[in-house]
Write a protein that binds this ligand. Structure first.
Ligand SMILES: [Mg+2]
Length: 257
């Protein structure tokens, strides 16, 4: 693991790569509430052009549910991995989902909702296979939220594990992560045989960086904070990444090769 001052990723051509992208904090600025984000038309056009140039080897790999990703980025129809890898969908097919322990999720949800009612500004997001407790709008409750989440995880007897993201604690069934989702895509057309690229900004993206590194691909961490990361390359922010992604569409002579 290295930290800070990561070099910028090299110039590459879309024709040779498979592109995997986290969404919040990577393609889009993080909003106060998850449902407050908007996808600018320019970004939609960039992703559409990349999907064409990579012959479909471009997927979104997010903590959001697939249904939400599809809605956010419509009319684009992209391969998607949702809920940190718990669900995955190829274009034109039904999603493949992990089987959750519904009872454990229901019990956990009841406790999180009760907590949220006692701690104004915190927000419980029920994503179906996972539960997220957001405290972005009430950072003073972080300690209490961490304590509660620890208790809930312990009470679940292994049915749920913790993913701590940016101002959010997420409870999910064990066993799937973004790295596994990327590895699955890479075994199938149109991804197989291409050089994988994965860009992400958060702790939950580290599994994706590790997978891409193992495949000798390009792992890109967004943001300049000093947190240790397995990513080998960095971009300062959402805008910088979009500039680099646009460069994938450059013609060979523009790269000087
Ligand atoms: Mg993110």
């Amino acid at each position: 693991m290295i930290s800070a001052s990561l070099p910028p990723p090299p110039a590459l051509r879309a024709q040779k790569v498979a592109v995997f992208l986290d969404v919040d904090g990577t393609l889009l600025e993080i909003a106060a509430r998850p449902d407050a984000v908007r996808v600018p038309n320019g970004l939609r056009q960039l992703l559409g052009a990349l999907a064409v140039a990579t012959e479909g080897a471009m997927a979104l790999v997010s903590g959001r549910p697939i249904a939400e990703l599809a809605h956010l980025f419509a009319p684009l129809d992209l391969p998607l991995a949702g809920l940190h890898g718990l669900e995955r969908r190829r274009v034109g097919e039904a999603p493949i989902r992990a089987m959750p322990d519904r009872q454990a999720l229901a019990k956990a949800k009841a406790r999180l909702v009760a907590f949220s009612q006692r701690h104004p500004g915190t927000l419980v997001e029920d994503k179906g296979l996972t539960l997220a407790l957001h405290y972005r709008n009430a950072p003073e409750h972080q300690g209490a939220a961490a304590a509660l989440v620890g208790e809930v995880i312990q009470a679940s007897s292994g049915a749920l594990v913790l993913l701590a993201g940016k101002m959010v604690f997420e409870l999910k069934p064990p066993g799937c992560d973004k790295g596994q989702a990327i590895a699955c895509f890479m075994q199938e057309p149109p991804f197989a045989g291409r050089l994988p690229i994965f860009a992400g900004d958060d702790v939950t993206d580290e599994a994706g960086f590790l997978t891409v590194n193992e495949l000798h691909g390009v792992s890109i961490r967004i943001g300049l904070e000093g947190r240790p990361t397995a990513a080998r390359f960095g971009q300062a922010d959402v805008e910088a990444l979009q500039g680099w992604l646009a460069g994938l569409l450059a013609q060979p002579h523009e790269l000087g090769s």
